[in-house]
Design a protein around this ligand. Structure first.
Ligand SMILES: [Fe+2]
Ligand SMILES: [Fe+2]
Length: 293
């Protein structure tokens, strides 16, 4: 278990489940932007406990510093923790269950499968379906003992000033980088228009799955994986001064993906036995036999 600063239990798990963060994202970006056919099936959810989400962002914005991200990249991007066949990895991810909610919350695999199925139903390319299937696999970071605020939550660039378009941006006042003159200017350590590939993002499940998949999927799919929680960019249009033309071209793919992630939840699970051969072939087509974590 990595707990570099000896965080307390409530600092590691301020949310009762990871879903609480996603439910809050849904509140910010409600369903009217969903693909038409998804709307009717989309279930209502109970209002999340606002204070826990707020506390989650206080921790996230306080501790996600430039140095913290570098340390996590050094630790996790060696991929020396674990190696599993792809289908075992889904079972492993599913250990992240939500004991606090006896209701119909979907397990992690159901969310991935439903995202993928919604993409497939709309006739998008198979690599986008696979991006849907894999996009939250990085949440296994929680099973390696990482605190929730270092796994989920909106992502943002580190090494430059924080945009006020980031949710709960007032909490960046507690982030030591906000007082560091090298890191707190608009551009910080970056050059204008340097491109997001040269920008270090806050650490979490997006960057981790991107790095895991980067040799296996086409570029638009990689953008979907890497930036799916970068709401300040793909929903709010912030950080234009860091973008290059390639980012601007790829933005349409990230935007295309997002509604499938947010609005595809359905209490009725797809018939796994029927669709299983499709997914087994899809995984075989693009991914190595085992995944390294
Ligand atoms: Fe995600
Ligand atoms: Fe997701």
């Amino acid at each position: 278990m990595s707990n570099p600063k000896n965080f307390t239990e409530t600092e590691i798990s301020p949310l009762s489940s990871l879903d609480e963060w996603e439910e809050d994202v849904l509140k910010r970006y409600p369903e009217q932007e969903a693909p038409e056919k998804e709307k009717s099936a989309f279930r209502n959810y109970e209002a999340p406990a606002r204070d826990t989400v707020r506390e989650f962002y206080r921790l996230n914005h306080t501790y996600q510093t430039y140095d913290f991200v570098q340390a996590k990249r050094n630790e996790f991007l060696q991929f020396g923790k674990k190696e599993m066949p792809v289908w075992d990895a889904f079972q492993y991810l599913n250990q992240l269950v939500d004991d606090s909610d006896p209701d119909t919350d979907l397990d992690q695999f159901q969310h991935l499968l439903q995202t993928a199925e919604a993409i497939r139903a709309d006739g998008h390319p198979d690599w986008m379906v696979l991006a849907g299937l894999m996009h939250d696999m990085g949440k296994v970071l929680c099973l390696f003992g990482e605190p929730q605020w270092a796994v989920v939550g909106d992502t943002f660039p580190v090494g430059c000033a924080h945009s006020d378009k980031i949710v709960y941006s007032e909490f960046f006042a507690y982030n030591p980088d906000s007082n560091n003159p090298e890191l707190n200017s608009t551009l910080g350590v970056y050059k204008p228009g340097c491109g997001l590939r040269n920008v270090t993002m806050s650490w979490g499940h997006d960057e981790y799955i991107y790095q895991m998949m980067k040799d296996s999927l086409p570029e638009p799919a990689l953008y979907m994986l890497r930036y799916h929680s970068f709401y300040a960019w793909h929903r709010e249009g912030a950080y234009d001064y860091l973008l290059d033309d390639h980012d601007r071209e790829m933005l349409q793919w990230v935007k295309l993906f997002n509604p499938y992630d947010l609005y595809s939840k359905n209490p009725v699970p797809p018939d796994w036995n029927r669709i299983r051969p499709f997914y087994e072939d899809l995984v075989k087509k693009y991914l190595p036999a085992t995944l390294k974590f």
